[in-house]
Write a protein that binds this ligand. Structure first.
Ligand code: CA
Length: 510
């Protein structure tokens, strides 16, 4: 992006300009070339240095978040990414015949243990062919990884290669990239190419002990995270994919609107129908948003959280930007750089992330046209995100910075929310209990040190007497008569005094 364009964008969106400046000044990006960090980054080895270069070349967006991962996790995830990038380059290459491609995909995981293996059969236009041509460099670094990491990466590579081969096998000369038919096929394909990435990353996070061991078993949630990201890319890349003779939108969606191929979706005269199909792709992607939020609540390491949250919020932002946007059928629509920076800076905790999800869902909801065939489903889908936020971060809870600089939560006393008094009651009870326990502990301490005498334990007889007294008091009828008598007496006295005062006034004022 040119400086002028950037400045113009900044003038149109001043909040984003501020974020961009703040980002440049304040954000302390990790320097992987720092000699003090060599043990973690491996940058002192030529092979790893080359791998870091590959990462920068193949993905600018992922490169930044990967490098920020704490300790050696950055290097581990970098290698995981490059292995999958190599596998994907084989999958995407239309110049490799299936007779070569299918066995290569299925056996790719074995190449991880084959020193010196390289592949230069990629088409000349394959932008990432370098990772295959120099795969021996990646393999060399893979072999240096701890066994626990090799296990996870090898496993995911095997499953993904098999899945990709299954789908590639469906290709025909007329359709070199097989169509995705049902929603179930769509989910399965996305599982192979992205859900498994989520599974692998969770495995690496758990193995590194930076995240808890159970994270690697949250397969539904990690899959959903991958699907949200993948489906957003598939949605956004419609034009590019159709131009290259492929398309991953499921026929079950676009077929309904009278299209016979994905190519027809870019026919401007049929824009209205293409729009409904596109909207349904968004609706399907939104299905995974609450799972993605659930996944984020399980993380405890800040660098891992940022790594997962940033692409997730970017996905929601992309869905919103592309939604009801006729340009998606003409060009690649992207979010503004300033908006991306704002997302990066705000994606630091599950609450802010949830609120960003909610804000994008609201924007999408507000753009749903009146005649949208899936209008009700959109309302439900967006409401689910609202509900998630309200359930986890109720709006009657306030968070503020206390005098000690730490964040503290409180209950908004002016809230009309029926749950507020309920929670207030709970909070008060908890506080009272804590105070009572503290008092008891203090007395215990005094008794232990002999400062006060321990109280004599109650004898059985004393206990019975005390209980009887309480019971008697409870059983005594409420003394209505006595109280009525007292009230009557007071009233009579007041009447008498009033009468006396009147008589006195009458007497002396003539
Ligand atoms: Ca691919």
């Amino acid at each position: 992006m040119g400086v002028v364009k950037l400045l113009l964008s900044g003038i149109a969106h001043p909040g984003e300009l501020r974020s961009m400046i703040g980002y440049k000044i304040w954000r302390d990006n990790r320097d992987i070339t720092d000699p003090k960090d060599y043990a973690a980054t491996g940058y002192d080895r030529d092979s790893m240095k080359r791998c870091w270069e590959f990462l920068d070349h193949t993905s600018r967006s992922f490169s930044m978040v990967i490098k920020e991962l704490e300790g050696e996790l950055a290097r581990v995830v970098c290698l995981f990414y490059l292995v999958l990038r190599a596998l994907d380059t084989v999958e995407d290459d239309m110049t490799i015949p299936n007779s070569v491609k299918l066995p290569l995909l299925r056996d790719f995981h074995l190449k991880l243990h084959e020193p010196g293996w390289t592949f230069d059969g990629s088409g000349p236009n394959e932008k990432d062919r370098g990772v295959l041509v120099e795969f021996d460099v990646i393999q060399k670094e893979f072999a240096l990884l701890d066994q626990k990491y090799q296990q996870v990466i090898g496993d995911v590579t095997r499953k993904m290669g098999k899945g990709m081969a299954d789908f590639a096998a469906l290709a025909t000369p007329e359709l070199p990239v097989a169509e995705v038919n049902s929603i179930a096929d769509y989910d399965l394909y996305c599982h192979y190419v992205a859900g498994l990435v989520g599974e692998g990353l969770s495995g690496l996070f758990s193995s590194s002990a930076k995240e808890r061991a159970f994270l690697k078993d949250q397969l539904t949630l990690s899959n959903s995270m991958g699907l949200l990201l993948q489906k957003t890319n598939i949605y956004r890349d419609i034009k590019e994919d159709v131009d290259e003779g492929r398309g991953f939108w499921p026929r079950a969606i676009w077929g309904k609107y009278g299209f016979n191929s994905m190519k027809e979706l870019t026919d401007e005269s049929r824009y209205r129908d293409a729009q409904w199909a596109a909207n349904e792709i968004v609706l399907d992607a939104l299905r995974h948003s609450c799972d993605a939020l659930d996944y984020l609540t399980l993380l405890k390491n800040q660098s891992v959280f940022n790594f997962v949250a940033i692409p997730a919020v970017m996905a929601m932002a992309t869905l919103e930007r592309c939604f009801m946007n006729p340009f998606i059928f003409k060009q690649n629509v992207k979010i503004r750089k300033g908006e991306a920076v704002q997302i990066i800076m705000r994606s630091t905790n599950p609450r802010d992330v949830a609120f960003m999800f909610r804000d994008y869902a609201r924007k999408i909801h507000s753009k749903v046209p009146k005649d949208e065939p899936n209008m009700l489903r959109f309302s439900i889908s967006c409401a689910r995100i609202e509900q998630w936020c309200e359930h986890h971060y109720p709006s009657f809870l306030t968070i503020q910075r206390g005098s000690d600089g730490k964040a503290s939560t409180g209950i908004d006393p002016t809230s009309a929310d029926a749950r507020a008094p309920l929670y207030l009651d709970l909070v008060n009870k908890a506080r009272e209990q804590a105070e009572a326990e503290k008092r008891e502990k203090f007395m215990e301490d005094l008794r232990a040190r002999g400062i006060i005498k321990p109280t004599e334990p109650e004898t059985e007889e004393q206990k019975r007497e005390r209980e009887e007294r309480v019971k008697k008091m409870e059983n005594e009828p409420f003394p209505y008569l006595t109280i009525a008598g007292i009230i009557g007496g007071v009233l009579a006295l007041m009447v008498a005094m009033g009468y006396g005062i009147i008589m006195l006034i009458m007497k002396y004022s003539d």
